[in-house]
Design a protein around this ligand. Structure first.
Ligand code: 13P
Length: 262
């Protein structure tokens, strides 16, 4: 599979997880908005993923900035008696354009299966949200040589939906400070793209695959240099505007001039 990334605009996303209150979210968004503008011309696509009560704050603070907002999860059903859950329609109504599906914390802490994650991606695409589907192996699975098998199993129920992105987030690298080396990330990304190509042909060439797991300004340039790493899904470092903007800069070099922010 060719790794020509010409058609794949780099994408840098901040997953805020269960952090911040509205005042802090507003301040962070304003710094991001101004900082991204100051970075100038050629930027990757950027989005932040706040928890649900902060969506409105982020949408408002980032209005007309070119920086998108997404939800961290959704329920596959559109309406109903599902206390505590949020639907894709509600996310769209709140101003979200993206949604994470199957983050490893959801898979681990909420028992989300590969099939459930796939059904969430379908539900997201149905209402026009772009699903960012997270996949990745645990430390034990990597040690046992099962990385590709795990990724294959997680990919199996997924379809090439409009706007779908993959995020390779090895569980052992999340929040651990132990990022995958660029080479380790590249091998996994190339595998994902190859498998996508076997099932969906040329759609694999435009599929964007983000890397997530302890991404920092110190390691983002090396990751960005890998031909199949199309961006980053950043946890902890996305809560610090200076560090998140530095990561954005690492991927800016890969973006083309026609992709300027408004
Ligand atoms: P950290 O960058 O904090 O390791 O989190 C990664 C992640 O889970 C992003 O979704």
């Amino acid at each position: 599979m060719s790794s020509d990334r010409a058609g794949r605009r780099p994408f840098v996303a901040g997953n805020w997880k269960m952090h911040l209150v509205r005042r802090e979210a507003d301040a962070l968004c304003r710094k991001l908005r101004d900082g991204a503008k100051a970075l100038g011309s050629v930027l990757p696509e950027i989005a932040v993923f706040p928890s649900f009560p902060l969506l409105g704050t982020a949408v408002e603070a980032l209005a007309a900035s070119g920086i998108g907002v997404g939800g961290q999860d959704l329920r596959a059903e559109e309406w109903g008696a599902f206390t505590g859950d949020v639907s894709g329609r509600q996310l769209v109504d709140a101003g979200a354009s993206w949604v994470l599906c199957g983050h490893s914390e959801r898979r681990q802490l909420h028992g989300e299966t590969d099939e459930l994650v796939a059904s969430k991606a379908v539900a997201a695409a149905r209402v026009g949200l772009r699903p960012v589907v997270c996949v990745g192996e645990s430390r034990e699975q990597r040690r046992a040589g099962e990385t590709f098998a795990v990724l294959d199993r997680q990919l199996a129920p997924l379809d090439a939906l409009p706007g779908l992105l993959l995020a390779y987030e090895p569980v052992w690298a999340i929040g651990s400070g132990e990022t995958a080396t660029p080479e380790v990330a590249q091998v996994a990304h190339a595998h994902l793209r190859r498998r996508w190509g076997e099932r969906f042909g040329s759609a694999a060439l435009t599929l964007r695959i983000l890397y997530g797991g302890s991404v920092t300004p110190e390691n983002s340039t090396g990751l960005a240099a890998m031909p199949d790493v199309d961006g980053a899904l950043v946890g902890g470092a996305s809560l610090d505007p200076g560090r998140f903007l530095a990561i954005i800069s690492s991927f800016a070099a890969l973006a083309r001039p026609s992709e300027e922010l408004p």
